[in-house]
Structures are given as structure tokens and as C-alpha cells.
Design a protein around this ligand. Structure first.
Ligand code: F6R
Length: 611
């Protein structure tokens, strides 16, 4: 998500920080900032907007020093403005912190620190780390390294932190929990960054920190410790990547990198949204239980892939809340004279937060007096201003034009929203909600498991890369996955593909089936399994080649499949989160086999700001 750079050495830190931040800017770009230590003071400059805004500001300032940290931000907590930009300082202005990730328990820590007299300046989760470390230093009189070590046993969630202090002006302190951070090995200077591109001008030898590790970096040296403070010696890795490969994390394309980021994205979207008592807490959705109790229908509006996330969520919302759900393409919605009032809750889904049709739909709903909640990946986007409440997906910036990780994050966020509505309206037993949360918490590992079948998916893609037409079919939530699978394939491989509700096939589309037509079938649904199996038999009988997604160990599916993608089992309403992944990989590999660039498909834009 965010970009982090830290430097300590003989030279002026600022040019090194800015150069590194430029190289990481593709990761996050809604604000940027630097902090340098000089003559017993922390000097700070931070600015909303692209890095160029900060660079403009710096021309009017004289900031120097040989110890510094820099940050390019992708906002998660707090709007992308100057104050929320990193670095963040403690009360005394003696230490500065940059952070990538989400500190899940920031609210509780903030309350305690405020009660103890700490004054906060920003709305970020990060600032708690600065004040917490300050309070430990004051209480224990220990070193900065020790204070950071003690602080991370209090912090929960995902974080990479880099901390500097005027009291120890020769070192960077770094801590990692889930979010990546890498030490650059050098004999002259001390370096740390969230991504390899920032380190390449200095070194190709790196030490990626593991979870729970803390490091102290000095000019020409570093020491790494575990959570208990014992020294550890993580291996030094030599990288041969050029700058472009480094930006893509070693993957050939951003799309592939983003598909492989999904375990972390799923985890980040869940993080901080279930309190210790098991209640779902959505910070920016703050209607009273009374208001939510009066809602009598839900209307979901979105375009493209976001619409498919909405399609899947209709099943979860109706099942868990027992409220009827209408689903609309945002481009159709306001032209069909929909029936809306203050009792209709409208959910607008847009990863970019800027899709013209979705914004118009949301504004229309507001004019009709309906409460609107936006589900988006971009803090500060237009939809966040138009909606009454916002649920952010925490996917980080998506560079590939075809939506992948933002889609998975939307599915997760919409499941959380559905469970939240069920919780607030009392339509679901607390034990059932708890059970579903347990299943959601297993998803990051299960997505990882699905990614491990990439070899099988690649082999299948090679076999069918020359096909002219594809049919995808599923039932229930599998229908939404089929629609999304077909969209991914046509967007980046330019092959004609259609998603169908499997039961509908015999009402027309089955006429398209002839010898060799590939049909992708979703067999992971339990309720309609036998019906799906019958649909697969029907297309096979007419000569189709079947690419089947089924649960691990499903022998009946194996008998009917020309290609079998085995998926771990989860709760049926969560299955799109796993089933979509091999279809993203399939579309990606087919595009590559056809010699196309998946990151920049023809005629498409990442954000569709015209009607
Ligand atoms: C598909 C894709 C598009 C978007 C659509 C809506 O891969 O990216 O179909 O899903 O343009 O975009 P957002 O979600 O920004 O409203």
C-alpha cells in the first residue's frame, strides 16, 4: 500500500528519500512527507497530493540532516490531507514514525493515551504508534529500539514501522508485522524501504524482515531481533531485478502481482472490523440500530466488476438480513424510475470511487431521500463525499486495468457489511455470525492455497488460448463468479466469453455448444450441486470441453472435467472469494499465451469518468 523509505548516513538524507519515494510512488500517491533529524530537532514537511506537491513545498524550505524517513501514502484511516500525511510525531516532537498497514486496535490505544494527556493531531491509526513509543520511553527510560519492541506487543494488526528520534540520531528502528519492509545492505549507509525499487540505486543485497522482527539500522550496519529481543540473523538475499521488474515485485505484470497480493488484501479488509467481543464494527458506517431497523429494502448499484461483486452480495444480504435486494447496473438505474424512499438503503460499489454512472446513481438515490453507503478502495474519492457512509476496501492501489484484488476486497467488504446489517437488525444468531467470521479469517490462507494451483491453470490456459468463444456457467453466487470470469477473459484476451446462470443455458445459449467449445463450470456450490452436475453433463454431451472448478477431492467432478481446478471449501456464500482467483489467473495466462499485455487492455480505462 504505502511507500516507506529510511536513510541514515554521511550524506544529506533528503535527496535519497525523495528519489526512493519517487520509485515507490506507484504504490500510493495521495500525500507524501519527510522527517529529518538535525541539531536535536525533527524537521517535517508533508503535503496532500502527488509527490510533486511535496517537492514544490520543499523548494521553500531548508530541510537537511543525515537521518530521515519518507512516506508516500495510500490513505486507509483519515482523509488524504496535509495533517494525515506521514510522518507523524509524538507530543514532544522528538520522534517521527512512518507506517504501512493498519493498526487494528488504534481506537482503544488512542483513548488510553489521550486519557494520559497525549494530544493527537491527525485522524490516522499511525499516530498512536508515535505517542505509544513516547509514553514507553517516558515510563521506562529505555532505548528507542527497546521502546519500539515493547510497543509492538501492544499494537495489533498489520504494520511496517520505521521510527527515528533526535535522542539517537544515528539509527533507524524498523518493525514488521505482516506488511513488508526490507533492509538494504550497505557498508557505508543505513537503508530501509517498503519496496526493492527504492534500494536499487545503493544495493542489490537485501534483508526482508520476517513477521515479528525488529531491526536497528546504522550507517554500514544493522542488527535484527525477534519479539523477545533475542538477536536473529535473517539471510541476505541478492536481487538481480532491473527497476521495472522490481516495481512489479518480480512478477511479469502488475496484474499477476495484484492477483498474488490477494491473501494480504483479504486479510487487510477484515482487519480491525471485528472487535474483541466478536462484534462487527464498521468505523464509517454509523447509522443507529433504530435507523437500520426501519430499512425495508436494499438497492445495490455498480458497474462492471463491481456489479458482479454486488451480484454475489445480493445472496448474502438476503440470506443473512432477510431484506429484499434489488441489483442495478448504475448506468440503467436512474433511467428506470426506481422506487426509492428513506427506508431503502442504497449500496454504491466503485473501486475507483469515480465511475460517472455510479456517482450519478448515488446522487439520484440521495435526492430520493435514501441513505447511501459507498464501498470503495479510494479514500477521498468522489463517492466518499456523495455517500452518507463509506466502507473502504483495503486493497491498496491497483495498477492493472482489469480489476482483481479490488474485486476480492469488495466481496469481503460486502460480506462484512451484510453481517453487520444482520447483527444490527438482529436477523442472525450471534453464534452464526461468529462462525462466519471464523470462516472469513481462514480465507487469506485458502486464497494462498488456490494460488498454488497456478501451474494447472497455466496448462489449461495454454490448451484453450486459441478458442474463439468461451461459456462460463454457475448457479447462485457461482453465477456472479461466472459473469466475472467471462468479463476478465474478454477484457484482457479479447476472446468472446459469456457468463450464464447454468439453468438458463437450455433456454437458448446451449445452441452455441458444438465440438470443442470450452465451458467453464462452477461446481463448488453445495445446494445446487446435482443440478450443476447435470448442466455439465448436458454440455459435454454436445461436445463441450469442460473446465471445472470443484472442491478438493470431488471425484464426480473429476470424471466430468477435461480440466479440474480444485478449490478448498468454505461457507457457500463466501465461495466467490476463492472461486474467482483461478478464473483471474486463467484470463491472465490466456492473454499472455496470445501475446497480449494484460495490464493495459485496449479500449479500457481504469476509471470511467464519463457516462
Ligand atoms: C473490469 C473493470 C471494470 C470496472 C468498472 C467499474 O476489470 O475494471 O469493469 O469494474 O469500470 O469501475 P469502478 O469499480 O471503479 O466503479
Amino acid at each position: 500500500m504505502c511507500g516507506i523509505v529510511g536513510y541514515v548516513g554521511g550524506d544529506d538524507a533528503l535527496p535519497v528519500l525523495l528519489d526512493g519515494m519517487r520509485k515507490l510512488e506507484y504504490r500510493g500517491y495521495d500525500s507524501a512527507g519527510v522527517a529529518l533529524v538535525k541539531d536535536g530537532r525533527v524537521e517535517l514537511a508533508k503535503k496532500a497530493g502527488h509527490l510533486s506537491e511535496l517537492e514544490g513545498e520543499l523548494q521553500h524550505l531548508t530541510l537537511d540532516g543525515s537521518l530521515g524517513i519518507g512516506h508516500t501514502r495510500w490513505a486507509t484511516h483519515g482523509a488524504p490531507n496535509d495533517i494525515n500525511a506521514h510522518p507523524h510525531l509524538d507530543c514532544g516532537g522528538r520522534l517521527a514514525v512512518v507506517h504501512n498497514g493498519i493498526i487494528e486496535n488504534h481506537d482503544g490505544i488512542r483513548d488510553e493515551l489521550v486519557a494520559a494527556g497525549h494530544a493527537f493531531r491527525s485522524e490516522t491509526d499511525t499516530e498512536v504508534a508515535a505517542h505509544l513509543i513516547e509514553s514507553i520511553l517516558e515510563r521506562d527510560g529505555c532505548s528507542l529500539l527497546e521502546a519500539v519492541r515493547r510497543s509492538i506487543s501492544v499494537l495489533q494488526g498489520a504494520f511496517a514501522l520505521v521510527v527515528i528520534s533526535v535522542d539517537e540520531p544515528d539509527r533507524l528502528i524498523v518493525a514488521r508485522q505482516e506488511s513488508p519492509v526490507i533492509i538494504g545492505v550497505s557498508e557505508e549507509v543505513g537503508l530501509v524501504a517498503s519496496g526493492i525499487p527504492a534500494l536499487l540505486p545503493f544495493t542489490r543485497d537485501i534483508v526482508p524482515l520476517e513477521n515479528g522482527q525488529i531491526a536497528q539500522i546504522t550507517p554500514g550496519g544493522y542488527e535484527v531481533f525477534d519479539l523477545k529481543g533475542a538477536a536473529v540473523e535473517p539471510p541476505v538475499v541478492h536481487v538481480e531485478w532491473d527497476m521495472e521488474a522490481a516495481e512489479k515485485g518480480g512478477y511479469e505484470d502488475f496484474m499477476l502481482k495484484e492477483i498474488f497480493e490477494q491473501p494480504e488484501v483479504v486479510q487487510n479488509t477484515i482487519l480491525g472490523r471485528v472487535d474483541p467481543s466478536g462484534r462487527i464494527v464498521l468505523d464509517d458506517v454509523h447509522w443507529s440500530a433504530d435507523t437500520l431497523g426501519k430499512i425495508n429494502k436494499i438497492v445495490v448499484v455498480a458497474c462492471g466488476t463491481s456489479y458482479h461483486a454486488g451480484m454475489a452480495s445480493k445472496h448474502a444480504i438476503e440470506h443473512w438480513t432477510r431484506l429484499p435486494v434489488e441489483l442495478d447496473l448504475a448506468s440503467e438505474f436512474r433511467y428506470r424510475d426506481p422506487v426509492l424512499d428513506e427506508h431503502s438503503l442504497v449500496i454504491g460499489i466503485a473501486q475507483s470511487g469515480e465511475t460517472a454512472d455510479t456517482l450519478a446513481a448515488v446522487r439520484f438515490a440521495k435526492e430520493m431521500g435514501s441513505p447511501v453507503v459507498a464501498v470503495t478502495n479510494v479514500v477521498g474519492s468522489s463517492i466518499t463525499r456523495d455517500a452518507d457512509a463509506v466502507l473502504f476496501t483495503h486493497a491498496g492501489p491497483e495498477i492493472g486495468v482489469a480489476a482483481t484484488k479490488t474485486f476480492l476486497a469488495q466481496l469481503v467488504a460486502l460480506n462484512l457489511l451484510s453481517l453487520y446489517l444482520a447483527q444490527e437488525r438482529g436477523s442472525m444468531e450471534p453464534e452464526k455470525i461468529a462462525e462466519t467470521i471464523v470462516a472469513m479469517n481462514r480465507l487469506p490462507d485458502q486464497v494462498e492455497e488456490v494460488l498454488s494451483i497456478q501451474g494447472e491453470v497455466h496448462r489449461a490456459a495454454k490448451r484453450y488460448a486459441d478458442a474463439k468463444d468461451f461459456i462460463f456457467m454457475g448457479r447462485g453466487v457461482g453465477y456472479a463468479v461466472a459473469m466475472e470470469g467471462a468479463l476478465k477473459l474478454k477484457e484482457i484476451s479479447y476472446i468472446h466469453a459469456e457468463g450464464y446462470a447454468a439453468g438458463e443455458l437450455k433456454h437458448g445459449a446451449i445452441a452455441l455448444i458444438e465440438e470443442g467449445v470450452p465451458v467453464v463450470a462452477l461446481l463448488t456450490g453445495r445446494a445446487l450441486y446435482d443440478k450443476m452436475l447435470a448442466n455439465v453433463e448436458e454440455v459435454r454431451a454436445r461436445g463441450a470441453q469442460t473446465i471445472v472448478l470443484a472442491h478438493q477431492g470431488d471425484e464426480r467432478a473429476r470424471l466430468l472435467a477435461n480440466e479440474l481446478f480444485e478449490i478448498p471449501e468454505t461457507k457457500p456464500l463466501l465461495s466467490p472469494i476463492l472461486d474467482s482467483v483461478p478464473l483471474q489467473l486463467f484470463a491472465y495466462f490466456v492473454a499472455k499465451e496470445r501475446g497480449l499485455s494484460p495490464d493495459k487492455p485496449r479500449n479500457l480505462a481504469k476509471s470511467v469518468t464519463v457516462e
